[in-house]
Ligand binder design. Structure first.
Ligand SMILES: [Zn+2]
Ligand SMILES: [Zn+2]
Length: 322
């Protein structure tokens, strides 16, 4: 690995496995050959002649996004929507999705954030999804004392729970998996609901004096989750579709409810560079610990077996130590 002009060389240290890498491995996303690992940390190896404050040995979180800085959305400050975001580099003879599963990676200094000494590099490998959840909660425009409903208590649901609590909200979480519900409660959820055994809409209404939730995050990719979200969102509420839906589908919408009750419905995609900086700051200043969301740390040799399996009931991130 030889860094190009304007690039530093980084030694990869830990990389979390995201759904995207699992989709490539299973053949649902066809990009071959590929080096994955887009949620990762490392240490700076070389910064030869670069204008940067980074020094060799610095421990860094890596924002693997490739933003152009010039397109309509980048200029508007919405660089999570950069039109070049999903363009792969053409100078490699393989696809690189982050590249954190490799030994070294070449990066622009702006893609790295120096971490405080006490921050664990394995824990910090999940900063990228944390940044995505920060972006999502901003879309939900949560205010102190509001009630947030998080539908889906996987890794992403769990991060939303922690961040919503940090933002001063009362948090209800819904999931059909009892193990996930226990974990969500441990992460700070005020009320955990299994919609298969309880009436979710009734619980939400009960806890909000009949109003419905101020913010609803759909962190589960099912039509049923979307329908429940529409039923649970209250007057002036904001509904965020965090998860994508596969295969794609439609939802019925009550036009007049959206009109009269001023309900805002939006999605969320990735994170801006600012969201990533905020995620790193939350970890560095100790406001949040994402360690509970990492179930296992495995060796690189065990990566193929891990990618080939989908452990049942496991809701957290698996991190590869390099
Ligand atoms: Zn990811
Ligand atoms: Zn752009």
């Amino acid at each position: 690995m030889i860094p190009g002009p304007g690039e530093a060389l980084v030694r990869c240290h830990a990389a979390a496995i995201c759904t995207a890498e699992r989709r490539v491995f299973s053949g649902h996303m066809k990009y071959y050959p590929m080096i994955g690992g887009h949620e990762f940390t490392g240490t700076v190896e070389r910064v030869d002649g670069l204008e940067t404050d980074l020094e060799p040995g610095d421990r860094v979180a890596i924002d693997a996004s490739t933003r152009c800085g010039r397109c309509y959305y980048c200029v508007k400050g919405r660089n999570n929507q950069c039109v070049k975001m999903f363009e792969f580099r053409r100078d490699y003879d393989y696809y690189q999705m982050g590249g954190g599963f490799g030994e070294f990676v070449a990066l622009r200094p702006g893609q790295m954030i120096r971490l405080a000494d006490h921050v664990d590099l394995e824990e910090a490998s999940v900063l990228e999804p944390l940044a995505c959840c920060i972006h999502s909660l901003k879309r939900a425009q949560i205010r102190f004392g509001e009630t947030v409903l998080v539908i889906g208590a996987g890794t992403m649901g769990g991060m939303h729970v922690m961040l919503a609590k940090l933002a001063g909200a009362s948090v209800i979480v819904s999931d059909i998996d009892p193990v996930r519900l226990v974990q969500a409660a441990q992460l700070g959820a005020d009320r955990a609901v299994n919609p298969e055994t309880e009436d979710l809409v009734a619980v939400v209404k009960d806890l909000t004096a009949g109003r419905g939730a101020d913010g609803v995050i759909v962190a589960a990719g099912s039509r049923r989750a979307g329908e429940q979200a529409l039923q649970c969102v209250g007057r002036t509420g904001r509904l965020v579709f965090y998860a994508s839906l596969h295969p794609p589908g439609m939802l019925d919408l009550d036009w007049n409810r959206v009109h009269y009750e001023e309900i805002m419905i939006t999605g969320t995609e990735g994170h801006t560079d600012r969201d990533f900086h905020e995620a790193a700051a939350l970890l560095s200043n100790g406001s949040i610990s994402v360690r509970p969301l990492i179930s296992r740390v495995i060796a690189l040799e065990d990566l193929p077996a891990e990618l080939g399996s989908r452990p049942a009931g496991e809701t957290q991130r698996v991190v590869v130590r390099l």
